[in-house]
Design a protein around this ligand. Structure first.
Ligand code: PLP
Length: 386
């Protein structure tokens, strides 16, 4: 079989996002052993950089070996024991996944649901906390399946006052939106490398508060997953450095480089960049006569959901974008299949150039289906000036 040479796509879907060449170059560095003193020093640097992006002083802050779902699983299976209660907020695909994982860990998950495209109601979370007295409440900060940003303010106080811990999925927000783990009192927060951190998929940054660490240490039963058992994994990332599993060396090189890039840019500047590109994109979309799926006050900057106009074939537009314009965007999942496009403006992909490019490419692809729309470029450019 011929070797596959991957074309340099413009990745503007729900992830992976574009990766800076310096990150890819880091992956081609010679391998070190996973207990080599140089690699151990690199692990320390990665942990420090992760504390910076999570905005936390938590000691147990590491990249889990595996994609974002591994972080989700690590958060839930370490905190939950068979029979424990868990309140899981569900307004899209990833809340559903958390609910499934909590059940597989032997816990009794209770769902607090919101319509897809809307945030979860804090009053309903409070009611669920009061009636179920769970061990934790879990919520998705950035629901990639719908483009909804969940307001986290006040949630940890609500959880803690009711004897629960707060678990937050920040897979599509970390590095693109403020996550502020310590300021918001989050007990466990996990992310993925391939979204706003602009690193290939393969690691899942995660951080545990002291309360969460104490809970894991004092478990009565073993963690359901051997691979993700933080009691053991923490011994490799902590002072003991004892072997647990072979760290994915090259992925850690990549993460270190991607995190250095975040620190060089500065978190605040990175958030502002994500915000301004999002605003310009929305201005352009609306000037074209298209509609955003999520209400203005609940929109993510990193993932922009656009309604597919009536009569337009979603798949044909996406195929044309890919084949003619070399741009990947995402389609809707589950009940939103065929109804929305998901345009990622994440990490290195969140640029003025990409915003203008995708607006024009979308217009051309709709034109090919007989839908004539005005250009959104001038409105997007004006948004940058304002
Ligand atoms: N949580 C959210 C909000 C996500 O967007 C994703 C992936 O898109 C995941 C969890 C799972 O991450 P992964 O696909 O890297 O396993």
């Amino acid at each position: 079989m011929d070797d596959i040479t991957a074309p340099a796509r413009i990745l503007m879907g729900p992830g992976p996002s574009p990766v800076d060449p310096r990150v890819l170059r880091a992956m081609a560095e010679p391998l070190l052993g996973h207990l080599d003193p140089m690699f151990l020093r690199m692990m320390d640097e990665i942990q420090d950089l992760l504390r910076y992006v999570f905005e936390t002083a938590n000691r147990l802050t590491i990249p889990v070996s595996g994609t974002g779902s591994a972080g989700m699983e690590a958060a839930l299976v370490n905190l939950l024991e068979p029979g424990d209660g868990a309140v899981i907020c569900i307004n899209g695909v990833f809340g559903e996944r958390m609910f499934d994982i909590a059940g597989r860990a032997g816990a009794h998950p209770e769902a607090v649901r919101a319509e897809w495209g809307r945030p979860v109601d804090t009053n309903e979370i409070e009611d669920a906390l009061k009636s179920h007295r769970p061990k934790l409440v879990a919520i998705v900060h950035a629901e990639t399946s719908t483009g909804v940003l969940q307001n986290l303010d006040g949630l940890s106080a609500l959880a803690h006052d009711n004897g629960a811990m707060l678990v937050v999925d920040a897979v599509t927000s970390l590095g693109g939106h403020p996550v502020s783990v310590d300021a918001r009192g989050i007990d466990v927060c996990y992310s993925g490398t391939q979204k706003c951190l602009s690193c290939p998929p393969g690691l899942s940054p995660i951080t545990f508060s002291e309360r969460a660490v104490d809970t894991i240490r004092s478990r009565k039963s073993k963690v359901q997953s051997w691979y993700l058992d933080m009691n053991m994994v923490a011994n490799y990332w902590g002072a003991e450095r004892s072997y647990h599993h072979t760290a994915p060396i090259s992925m850690n090189y990549a993460l270190k480089e991607a995190l250095r890039a975040v620190r060089e840019e500065g978190l605040e500047a990175r958030w502002r960049r994500h915000e301004s590109n999002h605003r310009a994109f929305v201005s352009g979309i609306e000037a074209m006569g298209l509609e955003m799926f999520v209400a203005a006050e609940n929109r993510l900057w990193s993932l922009n959901a656009v309604r597919v106009p009536d009569g337009v074939d979603d798949q044909r537009v996406r195929s044309r974008l890919l084949e003619r314009h070399n741009i990947e965007i995402g389609g809707g999942l589950g009940p939103l299949k065929g109804k929305i496009w998901r345009v990622g403006l994440m990490g290195a992909g969140s640029t003025r150039e990409n915003v203008l490019l995708v607006l024009e490419a979308l217009r051309e692809s709709l034109q090919a289906q007989g839908l004539e729309l005005p250009s959104g470029v001038a409105a997007a450019e004006r948004a940058y000036e304002s």
